[in-house]
Design a protein around this ligand. Structure first.
Ligand code: APR
Length: 262
C-alpha cells in the first residue's frame, strides 16, 4: 500500500488539474451512514422515499420522515463534523493541487473542512428550496416551523410554493450549474481522485468514464473500502481501506514531495 500511496502522491504533485470525486464513504467516519454498504441507509429506508414522485404525492409525510431520521441520529447531517479525509482534501486544495471537489454528498462537510471549490452534484441537505420561486433558506428554519406545529407541509414564506430539501431526489435533474462545471472539470482534469463511492449512480458515475475517454486519458486513483463497480474500467491505482487513514497518508506523502511555486 505504501508504494501505491507514494505513486499516487507523485501523480498529484506533478498534476496540472487534479480533481476529486467523493461519495458517501468519505463521510462514514463522520458518523453519517453510506447507502449501499452493509448497514447502509438503503437497508433501513426504501430509496423510493427519496423519489420526487413520492415526495409530491405527500410532501408532509416526507418532512415527517426527515425529522424522524434527524431525531434518530441516523442522518443528522447538521451535527456531523468533517473527518481527516475531508481535511486532507481541503489542505491539498490550499496547496493548489486539488482544483475542485465534485461531491455526491449533501452533508456540507467539504465546505465545513475549508474546501472552497466544491460542486454539489446532488445538492445540499442543509438548505430547503422553494419548488416555485427557488428561494432557499436554512433547513433548520423549516424544521422549526414544522416542529412548532406551524406547517405540516412547509410553504415558501415568499411565494407560498412547496418547500423541499435542496438535495436532488431520484427522478430529478442534476442542478444545471453543477453539471456544467463538472463537465468542464472532467475535460480539464489529468488526475481524478475518487473517494468513497460505489460508482453505481449516474450521471455522477459517468465522470470517471469520461476522463478515461479523453486523449490523453486522465489517471484515476480510487480510495475505497471495497472496489467500486467501475474499478476494472477506470481505476489505475486502487487504494483499499479507510478514507480517513489513506487520505492522511496521501497528504503526508504529497507534502513531503510538494515544492511550492515561487
Ligand atoms: N472509507 C473508504 N470507503 C468507504 C468508507 C470509508 N470509511 N465507508 C464506506 N466506503 C465506501 C463503500 O465501500 C462504498 O464503496 O464508500 C462507498 C459508498 O457507496 P454508496 O453507499 O453507494 O454511496 P455513493 O456512491 O455516494 O452513492 C451515490 O447514490 O443513493 C444515492 O444520492 C445517493 O449520492 C448518493 C449516490
Amino acid at each position: 500500500m505504501d508504494e501505491l500511496i507514494t505513486k499516487a502522491a507523485e501523480l498529484i504533485v506533478r498534476s496540472r488539474n487534479a480533481v476529486a470525486l467523493t461519495g458517501a464513504g468519505i463521510s462514514t467516519e463522520s458518523g453519517i451512514p453510506d447507502f449501499r454498504s452493509p448497514g447502509g441507509l438503503w437497508e433501513r429506508i426504501d430509496p423510493a422515499e427519496f423519489s420526487i414522485d413520492r415526495f409530491l404525492q405527500n410532501p408532509g409525510r416526507f418532512w415527517r420522515l426527515h425529522l424522524e431520521m434527524k431525531a434518530s441520529g441516523d442522518f443528522n447531517i447538521g451535527a456531523a463534523e468533517p473527518n481527516p479525509a475531508h481535511h486532507a482534501l481541503a489542505k491539498m486544495e490550499k496547496l493548489g493541487l486539488i482544483k475542485c471537489i465534485i461531491t455526491q454528498n449533501v452533508d456540507n462537510l467539504h465546505q465545513k473542512a475549508g474546501s472552497c471549490e466544491v460542486v454539489e452534484f446532488h445538492g445540499n441537505l442543509l438548505r430547503a428550496a422553494c419548488m416555485k420561486c427557488r428561494n432557499r433558506e436554512p433547513i433548520e428554519d423549516v424544521e422549526e416551523r414544522i416542529s412548532n406545529g406551524g406547517q405540516d407541509t412547509p410553504r415558501c414564506p415568499k411565494c407560498g410554493g412547496l418547500l423541499k430539501p435542496d438535495a436532488v431526489f431520484f427522478g430529478e435533474a442534476i442542478p444545471s450549474r453543477a453539471l456544467a462545471v463538472s463537465q468542464v472539470q472532467s475535460h480539464k482534469c489529468d488526475v481524478l481522485l475518487v473517494v468513497g463511492t460505489s460508482l453505481q449512480v449516474f450521471p455522477a458515475a459517468q465522470i470517471p468514464l469520461t476522463v478515461k475517454l479523453k486523449a490523453p486519458p486522465a489517471t484515476v486513483v480510487e480510495v475505497n473500502r471495497e472496489p467500486s463497480a467501475l474499478h476494472e474500467q477506470v481505476t489505475d491505482i486502487l487504494l483499499l481501506g479507510s478514507a480517513g487513514d489513506i487520505l492522511e497518508r496521501l497528504l503526508k506523502a504529497v507534502e513531503e514531495r510538494f515544492v511550492p511555486m515561487v
